[in-house]
Design a binder for this molecule. Structure first.
Ligand code: AKB
Length: 331
């Protein structure tokens, strides 16, 4: 059995030159549909299996394989991995920061117990596994501007706690068992076709929809709250680049990635370049307390150094493509 990039015991992902077969959990969230599309273009439709516990739309079913997968049910996951001969697993199922605070026991089950199943499964079946982490894995005692890759991590949300746990567990399985664990800490992700659900950075998606519909935008963060952000195409490309990076290039298994950093008042100004009449009110709520503990500027220099990460979209370019996409969707 060939070792991938020097990590002893990890199976090469192209045993016979075949494309990898990939399972995506939680694939009906903000990132899954776009990732499935990107991976299907690269590896073939039938080799990318979307999964979730949600009843899919016709479009999803027609786009390629979709199966029910409850990440809390180990046997259910085992069956899918065996039946579809899965090589890589992208584990998206999670409750995000704001929604996690509303149901902590559920967040512990999904984000922590679910992850335990995914780690064990990946170890048993020798899978390459990608688990996203987040700027939310940092807390009030972390340096916030910039936040380096390795620093203090004492988050104050269950989401953040579960993500630090995921980073550490994945790195432990990597060093102890040779698991090919890969992890990126994402900033707020902005997309036009899929909505985020229950996050602290969601305002930066909502503003585009409100501007487009001619609605007033009510922002739940103060105008000066700076957070790192990224356009979805950059996010998915970074994920894929991390997924295929040769092991010998990865000096670590968890990397910060980002594209830009802005405040609500800065994104409002950028959106007003397209919709000058946009009316905005600020009504900070409990999400402000979360944002106040998160990085303002994310240092992703290690991803740029080790595997050549480069973002394509800054705030201006992102506004242009978001409104182009929304206009096309409304036609
Ligand atoms: C959230 O706001 O919870 C997420 C994240 C930054 O991880 N978008």
């Amino acid at each position: 059995m060939a070792a991938a990039g020097g990590v002893v015991g990890v199976r090469h992902y192209h045993p016979n030159g075949d494309p990898p077969r990939i399972l995506i959990t939680g694939s009906l969230g903000q990132l899954g549909t776009g990732l499935a599309k990107l991976l299907r273009e690269k590896y073939g439709t039938k080799n990318v299996i979307m999964s979730d516990i949600v009843k899919p739309t016709k479009d999803i079913v027609n786009s390629g394989p979709y199966v029910f997968a409850d990440i809390l049910d180990f046997k259910c996951l085992q069956e899918i991995v065996v039946t579809y001969r899965i090589d890589w697993l992208v584990h998206f199922s999670a409750l995000l920061s704001a929604i996690g605070e509303q149901n902590v026991p559920l967040a512990i089950r999904v984000n922590i117990e679910g992850l335990h199943n995914v780690m064990e499964l990946s170890k048993q079946y020798n899978l390459r596994v990608f688990v996203p982490s987040t700027i939310g894995a940092f807390g009030p005692t972390s340096p916030r501007n910039p936040t380096p890759n390795i620093t203090i991590q004492r988050p104050r949300t269950i989401y953040g706690v579960s993500k630090v746990h995921g980073e550490l567990l994945g790195e432990y399985y990597h060093h102890r068992f040779g698991l090919d664990f890969r992890c990126l800490r994402f900033p707020g992700v902005i997309s036009s076709d899929t909505q985020p659900g229950g996050g602290t950075t969601d305002y930066a998606v909502q503003i585009f929809h409100d501007a487009m519909e001619g609605r007033e935008f009510e922002c739940y963060l103060r105008p000066t709250t700076r957070l790192p952000m990224m356009y979805i195409d950059d996010c998915l490309r970074s994920l894929w680049e991390m997924l295929v990076a040769p092991s010998e290039k990865l000096r670590q298994r968890t990397y910060n990635v980002t594209a830009m950093s802005f405040t609500p008042e800065e994104v409002v100004a950028a959106v007003r370049q397209h919709f000058p009449d946009l009316h905005v009110t600020y009504r900070p709520d409990s999400r402000q307390n979360i944002a106040d503990t998160w990085p303002e500027v994310f240092d992703d220099s290690e991803a740029r150094r080790d595997w050549g990460w480069q973002h394509h979209y800054d705030l201006k370019a992102m506004c242009t493509i978001m409104f182009d996409n929304l206009r096309r969707q409304n036609q």
